[in-house]
Write a protein that binds this ligand. Structure first.
Ligand SMILES: NC(=O)c1ccc[n+]([C@@H]2O[C@H](COP(=O)([O-])OP(=O)(O)OC[C@H]3O[C@@H](n4cnc5c(N)ncnc54)[C@H](O)[C@@H]3O)[C@@H](O)[C@H]2O)c1
Length: 369
């Protein structure tokens, strides 16, 4: 007799948000095995219909509350402005859904804590879409670090810098209330996450940060190609942030993240690692995927540079696939949004340091509530 593998019903996903992020979630629920997108919500009616047709989503909503109220969903995926992450996630978790949330998990550590608490109470999974750490080059570099080729990594430099890259000028991205901050919470959260991940997960012990708002408030530095939700609201967030972080084990990190700065006209991010046995630099220019990594080592006693050929990998695909596999596995212990919460507290500490003009200890932001 031929025994058949037990058939597993596909998980039913609902996606909220129709911008770049929402579409990435939708596209990958349509692509990854073991899941299907069955509901979609967003405010832009034409785009809602267009995406619904393109990805074969039967049920469309203009209110996130209506989507979350459905009782037949396994997954709620959040690709909305940051101020809605916590209310949507908590409502979905209280209804018994698993949640995939865009970065940042929330505007503040306090809101992120509410999400983690709700996930623990409901025993549901929360993953934060830290998509950049899933890139092929970051994963290859991570394997290199884990194999011990850099020795002990004692310093990193993380940057994400743009010349004219303020997303959705005058819309939610540039509102302190709706976004929680500027490039620090938008791009910096990716880079802090990536650098800590590559360094093997040291704890942040203290932070000294400065923020600037020089070009945005003058209406300069806007990015023409991004964000569905623009507007005429005043520019309220930083356009550049720089920080020095002390890490456990004596290591350190510098962070520089800007949406609009007089520099080369490009959109570049990267991480540099200095280790006791080797160094590495990853520099991604304009979202390119080739020739991004350089490894610094010694060969026969002289300095050598290795440029590995790395297969590209799409971040959102990897995030959605891991999330779906986690839910099918039935084991999501320790996956209630804890990493998103940790990063949210680090961003809180950076903003507090900038506001108070002093170095702040993470103890002040990690106290158990
Ligand atoms: N991981 C990544 O690579 C990545 C990339 C871009 C954006 N993001 C994150 O994704 C989120 C969304 O960013 P975006 O660029 O797609 O934004 P966007 O402005 O392009 O789209 C926001 C969407 O949210 C919807 N929305 C707003 N209020 C709503 C409501 N009350 N009910 C239902 N829908 C509502 C809007 O209709 C819109 O479709 C942000 O948190 C951002 O930080 C992550």
């Amino acid at each position: 007799m031929i025994s058949e593998a037990p058939s597993v019903e596909p998980l039913r996903a609902g996606v909220i948000g129709l911008g770049y992020a929402g579409e990435q979630h939708l596209k990958n629920y349509a692509r990854v095995p073991g899941v299907e997108p069955v509901a979609l919500a967003g405010l832009e009616r034409d785009r809602l219909r267009e995406l619904g047709t393109r990805y074969g989503v039967p049920d469309l909503y203009t209110s996130w509350e209506d989507l979350v109220a459905r009782e037949d969903l396994d997954i709620v995926s959040i690709g909305t402005p940051n101020h809605l992450h916590a209310p949507i996630a908590v409502a979905a978790l209280e209804g018994g859904r698993h949640v995939l949330c865009e970065k940042p998990l929330a505007r503040t550590g306090e809101e992120a804590q509410q999400i983690v608490d709700a996930a623990l109470a409901a025993d549901r999974a929360v993953h934060t879409a830290f998509t950049q750490r899933e890139r092929g080059d970051v994963q290859a570099l991570k394997r290199h670090v884990d194999e011990g080729n850099l020795g002990r990594v004692y310093h990193s430099k993380a940057t994400w810098m743009r010349r004219n890259g303020i997303p959705g000028m005058g819309g939610w991205f540039t509102s302190k209330e709706l976004a929680g901050g500027g490039p620090l919470i938008d791009l910096g959260v990716h880079m802090v996450d990536m650098a800590l991940y590559l360094m093997g997960g040291p704890e942040v012990e203290s932070v000294s940060c400065a923020t600037y708002a020089e070009l945005g408030p003058q209406g300069r530095g806007g990015w023409s190609g991004s964000g569905l939700m623009r507007g005429d609201n005043p520019y309220e967030v930083e356009d550049l942030a720089t920080a020095f972080l002390r890490l456990s084990g004596g290591a350190t990190m510098t962070l520089e993240t800007g949406w609009a700065v007089y520099r080369e006209s490009s959109d570049d991010f990267g991480v540099t690692l200095y280790g006791t046995e080797g160094g590495a630099e990853m520099l991604v220019r304009n979202y390119g995927t080739s020739n991004t990594v350089r490894i610094y080592t010694d060969v026969a006693g002289v300095p050598a540079v290795v440029m590995p050929e790395i297969e590209p990998r799409e971040g959102h695909y990897a995030v959605v696939k891991r999330f779906v596999e986690t839910i099918h596995s039935g084991d999501w212990k320790g996956q209630h949004g804890e990493d998103g919460l940790d990063r949210a507290r680090i961003i809180d500490a950076c903003y507090a340091s900038a506001l108070q003009n002093r170095e702040v200890s993470m103890e002040e932001f990690r106290a158990d509530r």
